[in-house]
Design a protein around this ligand. Structure first.
Ligand code: SF4
Length: 324
């Protein structure tokens, strides 16, 4: 037991993998590289990744964030599309205005766009499993004409969905969903429409799957779990839900150490920490340091998968690199 002046012991179990995925690294590097090559300003449509710290750091270097293209003046400066992907109308509008567009859409999101396109070309009606309003969902639905894609968000939605022709049906999914919830929705759709066509390889990406798997291992053996991530980050929200489902008595999203509500962590001996795919490791370190001020901390990493995925930068940025 800790003496009056001693700090109580706290074991931190760090989930691995956690934090940045290959798509996020590529998107952030795209902005940084564009700033180096072309100089500021560089316009970025939507938060390049859903993390305030990342956005503020890039803003300090000369990136200007806008929500829509019409906020960008007529300029020769680059305009970068975020990792979440954009509806077709966005690059079309950029081309019409002769803007210099750089697409930082994650290649694994582009894969889903192409799948949807192929299904559509073959005459299939498409179900997109995802969350309404998320930029990735808006981007995927916007690859095809209105009415070609129906969004299904829940099991109830899968139950209620009425296709035009059950024999000409396909599904795709958002990349950052809960593996468990999506499997339930897919099973329901398959039970109702046995002929429904799915992706050749899972649309939920490797990074989402691996981060959820690591949380499943840690959550049942800790008193509380911190997910470092933003409230508008889909994959961070899912990590919190996965921790709760795996039996963690208290799981919470935290953006920075300053946001920690210490009353939630007053009587814990074991704490799990993970980070969403858009949260930088420096924020994980900041949070561990904050706990180390109050506890005698020991850290152990629990690993669920090794990752070595890398995506090259968008072509114009690669070519400039080669020319140096
Ligand atoms: S979470 Fe997955 S799909 Fe999204 S940017 Fe990262 S690797 Fe790409």
């Amino acid at each position: 037991m800790a003496g009056p002046s001693e700090k109580p012991a706290l074991k931190i179990l760090l989930c691995s993998p956690r934090g940045f995925c290959a798509g996020v690294v590529r998107a952030i590097e795209s902005v940084e590289r564009a700033l180096e090559i072309y100089g500021p300003p560089v316009y970025v449509r939507h938060e390049i990744v859903h993390n305030r710290y990342v956005v503020e750091s890039l803003r300090a270097k000369g990136a200007i964030f806008v929500e829509e293209l019409d906020e960008v003046p007529d300029t020769s400066a680059p305009v970068i599309f975020s990792a979440h992907g954009v509806p077709r109308s966005v690059p079309e509008a950029a081309a019409k205005r002769h803007l210099f567009a750089l697409d930082a859409t994650c290649p694994l999101v582009t894969k889903v766009h192409r799948e949807a396109e192929i299904h559509h070309r073959r005459g299939y009606e498409i179900v997109l499993i995802g969350h309404a309003g998320h930029p990735e969902v808006i981007g995927t639905m916007g690859q095809l004409p209105a009415g070609a894609v129906t969004l299904v968000e829940t099991l109830v939605g899968a139950e209620k969905f009425n296709p035009r022709d059950a024999k000409k049906l396909a599904y795709v999914t958002q990349t950052t969903l809960s593996v468990h919830d999506t499997a339930e929705i897919v099973d329901r759709l398959k039970a109702r429409f046995p002929g429904i066509v799915g992706p050749y390889k899972e649309d939920i990406c490797y990074a989402t799957t691996n981060r959820q798997e690591a949380v499943k291992r840690v959550a049942p053996i800790v008193d509380a779990m911190i997910v470092v991530g933003a409230p508008n980050s889909s994959n961070s929200q899912r990590l919190k839900e996965v921790a709760e489902r795996a039996g963690c008595p208290h799981a919470t999203l935290v953006q920075r150490a300053a946001d920690i509500d210490w009353s939630e962590f007053s009587a814990i001996a074991r704490l799990g920490i993970t980070a969403g795919a858009s949260a930088p490791e420096v924020l994980v370190e900041e949070i561990i340091d904050a706990f180390a001020q109050k506890y005698a901390v020991s850290v152990e990493t629990i690993s669920a998968a090794a990752e070595g995925v890398f995506f090259p930068l968008p072509r114009p940025l690669r070519e400039s690199q080669a020319a140096e």
